[in-house]
Design a protein around this ligand. Structure first.
Ligand code: NVA
Length: 314
C-alpha cells in the first residue's frame, strides 16, 4: 500500500516524531539526502494561490536532487476538463510523487487512490498538514519539545488550520485549544478523532468560544486569516464575527510570559493579529516560514523511503 500524507493523522505519533527528527537533520545538513536523484520529478499542482508552498516545495524537491514540475491548476482544470482519477493515472505514471493544493479533501483522496505514487496535501479546505509539521518543528526549536505544551488557536475553528492543529497537535502530545465563535467551530468528527489520539499521547482538546480561556497560560499562541482562500465573498460577515478573537498584546498577556506566537501567513495586521504581536519579540513567524522547507523535504523523503521499503518487502 502506497503511503500518503493527506491529513495530519496519516502519521502515527512515532512516525510524526521520526519525520520531525528528519526535518531537523535536513535543516542542519540540507543536502544530506537525495531520494529523488536521477533527477526524478515531483508534480506540484496548485489550484489556489500560493507563495510559501510553491517556493518551499520547489526548493525542497531540488535539494533532494529531484526536479519540481509546477502545474497551474487554473490551466489543468482537474475535475472539470478531466476527472481526478484520469489525471492521477496520467501524472502518476511519470512522477515520483504528487503534491496538490486544492479545495475538496475528497478529491485529494481520489488522487491518492489512483496515482500509484505518494500524494501530499499542500492544503485543502479541510486540512493543511505540511504547515503543522513546520509549526511543530518551530515549537521544538523554541521550546525544546512539544509534549505537554499548550497550543492555542484563535479564529476560524472550522478552517483547515484549526483542523490540522487539532490532529497534528495532539499527535505531538500537546494540549490543543481552539477558540472560535459559534458557527465557526471545528467539525465534530475531527474533534472526536483528535480526542481519540490525545487519549494515547497524553494530549487534550478544548473547543471554546472564550478567547481569554483559551489563552490562559498557553505556551504557543496561533492565529490565521479569518478569510481563507475560497471564502473571499464572506469577508464582511467574517470580520464582524471574529472581532473578539484578534491576537493582540492583551490576549498575549494571558499566555505564559515566554509563549511564542505563530502564524502560517499571509497575515493581515489589524485583523486576526495586531502588528505589535506579529512583528514583536514573541513572534517566530520567519522561522516557521523557513521550516516549511525542512518539514516538507522530510515528509517527502520519508514517504519515498517508506514506499521503497514496503514495496521491496511485498
Ligand atoms: N486558512 C488559510 C491558510 C493559508 C495558508 C487558507 O486556507 O487560505
Amino acid at each position: 500500500m502506497t503511503r500518503h500524507f493527506l491529513r495530519d493523522d496519516d502519521l502515527s505519533p512515532a512516525e510524526q516524531a521520526e519525520v520531525l527528527d528528519l526535518a531537523a537533520r535536513l535543516k542542519r545538513d540540507r543536502f544530506a539526502l537525495s531520494p529523488l536523484r536521477g533527477p526524478q520529478t515531483v508534480a506540484l499542482i496548485m489550484d489556489k494561490p500560493t507563495l510559501r508552498t510553491q517556493t518551499s516545495f520547489s526548493v525542497g524537491v531540488a535539494e533532494l536532487q529531484g526536479s519540481p514540475f509546477l502545474v497551474d491548476g487554473t490551466k489543468a482544470q482537474i475535475g472539470t476538463r478531466e476527472s481526478v482519477p484520469d489525471v492521477a493515472r496520467i501524472i502518476g505514471r511519470q512522477v515520483a510523487a504528487i503534491v496538490w493544493r486544492t479545495f475538496a479533501q475528497t478529491d485529494l483522496e481520489t488522487m491518492a487512490e489512483y496515482a500509484g505514487v505518494p500524494v501530499v496535501n499542500a492544503l485543502t479546505d479541510e486540512f493543511h498538514p505540511c504547515q503543522i509539521l513546520a509549526d511543530l518543528l518551530t515549537v521544538r526549536e523554541h521550546k525544546g519539545g512539544t509534549e505537554g505544551l499548550t497550543l492555542s488557536f484563535f479564529g476560524d475553528g472550522a478552517s483547515n488550520m484549526a483542523h490540522s492543529y487539532l490532529l497534528g497537535g495532539v499527535t505531538a502530545g500537546m494540549h490543543v485549544r481552539i477558540a472560535a465563535p459559534a458557527g465557526y467551530l471545528p467539525e465534530k468528527a475531527i474533534v472526536a478523532d483528535a480526542e481519540a489520539i490525545a487519549a494515547g499521547t497524553g494530549g487534550s482538546v478544548l473547543v471554546t468560544e472564550d478567547a481569554a480561556e483559551a489563552a490562559r497560560d498557553a505556551d504557543v499562541m496561533i492565529t490565521d486569516t479569518w478569510v481563507s482562500m475560497g471564502k473571499e465573498s464572506e469577508k464582511a460577515e467574517r470580520v464582524a464575527v471574529f472581532g473578539g478573537y484578534t491576537v493582540d498584546a492583551e490576549l498575549m498577556g494571558r499566555a505564559k510570559p515566554d509563549a511564542v506566537f505563530l502564524h502560517c501567513l499571509p497575515a493581515y495586521r489589524g485583523l486576526e493579529v495586531s502588528a505589535d504581536v506579529l512583528d514583536g519579540p514573541q513572534s517566530v513567524i520567519w522561522d516557521e516560514a523557513e521550516n516549511r522547507l525542512h518539514a516538507q523535504k522530510a515528509v517527502l523523503a520519508w514517504l519515498l523511503e517508506k514506499n521503497v521499503t514496503e514495496g521491496s518487502a511485498a
